[in-house]
Design a protein around this ligand. Structure first.
Ligand SMILES: Nc1ncnc2c1ncn2[C@@H]1O[C@H](COP(=O)(O)OP(=O)(O)O)[C@@H](O)[C@H]1O
Ligand SMILES: [Mg+2]
Length: 259
């Protein structure tokens, strides 16, 4: 472990690592036809280094709005969101671009794949934009496509793939960038239970082995055992429901190319 990594993963006396993203009293209101919608209400949330957090809640509870604010894609109408201690409200356009390019990976509920590019090209493009060299790009692209079980579909375009396959491509694209934080909005919404468990197993493994932080929203209660902290989202508010039910699944989770 390098010195820098050692420092960043240092734990306090209670075993907690430093927060990478913090929401402090963050609220988001929308005005819709003269009515105020309180989508997120005074949320305090620390996302620490090497932590896997799930947000569980019904449709309309505020999960997407909260996740977008944590990613800096949307801003609180009151309260703050900090990235490594800096208020994102003060970030310049350039800082946001750097943040989104190198530090924070987002998996959108709608996948946001580019329709004219193949699965391979969709995964590779952000790395190209981030200036990662050609051989490293192709190594990582092939690796993550194998991890999500789509190595054989690399040449297919999104419309030739099922919803679940497109979802796995969008997850592969975020994972390949090796960001510090992945914010994933219902990343298993289109997957059957076996694939969903594998994706959450992959997230668990990345958090445990690479000190990545992951926040994923989900409906699926069977996946929750894999998270470090579970928050229930209700009516725009969050409540810590469970802590530390950490299961080591690295032994169970088998990559398709390791068989
Ligand atoms: N752009 C918007 N304009 C107005 N209301 C919105 C907007 N986006 C979300 N909302 C409202 O905010 C609430 C939370 O939505 P959302 O964050 O999408 O919930 P979830 O992801 O949990 O389904 C809902 O009542 C939704 O209708
Ligand atoms: Mg949503």
């Amino acid at each position: 472990m390098s010195q820098a990594t050692e420092q960043i993963t240092a734990r306090d006396e209670r075993g907690a690592t430093a927060p990478i993203i913090q929401a402090v009293g963050a609220s988001r209101e929308y005005e819709l036809a003269g009515e105020i919608v309180h989508a997120v209400r005074r949320v305090d949330l620390d996302i620490r280094i090497g932590e896997f957090i799930t947000l569980v809640g019904r449709s309309g509870s505020g999960k997407t709005t909260l996740l977008n604010m944590l990613a800096g894609l949307d801003h609180p109408t009151s309260g703050q969101v900090y990235f490594e201690g800096d208020d994102m409200a003060n970030f310049s356009e350039k800082q946001f671009i750097r943040l989104r390019r190198h530090r924070i990976g987002v998996v959108f509920q709608s996948f946001a794949l580019l329709p004219l590019l193949s699965a391979y090209e969709n995964v590779e493009l952000p790395m190209r934009i981030a200036g990662i060299g050609a051989s490293e790009r192709s190594k990582r692209t092939n690796e993550v496509l194998d991890i999500v079980g789509l190595g054989r579909r690399a040449k297919h375009r999104p419309y030739e793939l099922s919803g679940g396959e497109q979802q796995r491509i969008s997850i592969a694209r975020a994972v390949a960038m090796k960001p510090n934080v992945i914010l994933a909005d219902e990343p298993t919404g289109e997957l059957d239970s076996v694939n969903a468990a594998e994706i959450f197993g992959l997230f668990r493994q990345m958090v445990s082995e690479e000190d990545m932080s992951i926040v994923a929203t989900t409906h699926d209660r069977t996946l929750l055992d894999l998270a470090d902290k579970i928050y229930t989202v209700h009516n725009g508010e969050i409540e810590l429901t469970e802590v530390g039910k950490h299961v080591d699944v690295s032994a169970q989770f088998k990559r398709p190319n390791e068989e």
